[in-house]
Design a protein around this ligand. Structure first.
Ligand SMILES: [Zn+2]
Length: 239
């Protein structure tokens, strides 16, 4: 663990043992203000550890989005904790000590949870690498708007759904926005050079992506093409 990967005051992180290319070293569950953010997978050992981190007692469970690696453990944990509530909040909802901020993009129902100047970002911002954006109604445009929104907040630390804490939130958010725009520029350049097939476009703009992540890159490519189509920026033979 890096020296700066310490828990912020009042926050305890419990990492599930479900590592993968998309979950990094596993899903992060957090305990803060007596509540659990994203209980993670329904793994008995993990849920025991989360409850123990909370001192054996929790007020409720709140989810950043409904993907399984974050939400599957919610009902079993609620039961273990004596039947506490499970909340999947929307924009502006106040849940326990948190305020929810809609941040669609990675998932249409995604929220970030604010606790003072601490922000639980789920899969909107990760501690390492970039976020997977699947295609679907304006998901990439929505995602960029979500990042811009977070960048306007005065935050001390991001607690991501995967990877280490982010102690320089604004720099990370700017890096994320720049990363998307770099991909977009590379994709536009590939299109201008005449690339049209998925393989050609991936080679043009995602050549650095390792083979096992190429299927995810192909979906990201589709999300980028949708954004360019929304903005009327696709070549005519692709529209
Ligand atoms: Zn996740």
């Amino acid at each position: 663990m890096r020296a700066d990967d310490r828990d912020p005051t009042g926050v305890v992180r419990v990492r599930a043992s479900n590592p993968s290319p998309l979950t990094l070293d596993g899903t992060n569950s957090y305990v803060a203000g007596g509540w659990v953010v994203d209980p993670g997978p329904a793994d008995a050992g993990h849920l025991d550890a989360v409850l123990a981190a909370a001192g054996g007692r929790i007020e409720g469970i709140v989810l950043t989005h409904s993907h399984h690696d974050h939400s599957e453990g919610a009902e079993p944990l609620a039961e273990r904790a004596g039947g506490v509530e499970v909340v999947k909040p929307g924009e502006g909802d106040e849940i326990g000590p948190f305020t929810a901020l809609a941040t669609p993009g990675h998932a249409p129902d995604h929220v970030c949870l604010l606790l003072g100047r601490t922000c639980f970002t789920g899969d909107t911002v990760l501690g390492r690498g970039s976020v997977f954006i699947a295609p679907g109604e304006g998901s990439l445009s929505a995602y960029l708007a979500s990042l811009r929104r977070l960048a306007q907040l005065e935050l001390d630390v991001l607690c991501p759904g995967h990877g280490p804490y982010v102690w320089d939130p604004r720099a990370k958010l700017e890096e994320y926005m720049a990363h998307r725009l770099d991909r977009e520029r590379a994709l536009v350049a590939a299109l201008e050079d005449g690339a049209r097939t998925e393989e050609e476009l991936l080679d043009g703009a995602w050549a650095d992506v390792p083979t096992h992540l190429r299927p995810a890159a192909a979906l990201t490519l589709t999300a980028h093409l949708e954004k360019l189509a929304e903005e009327d920026r696709l070549p005519e033979d692709l529209t």
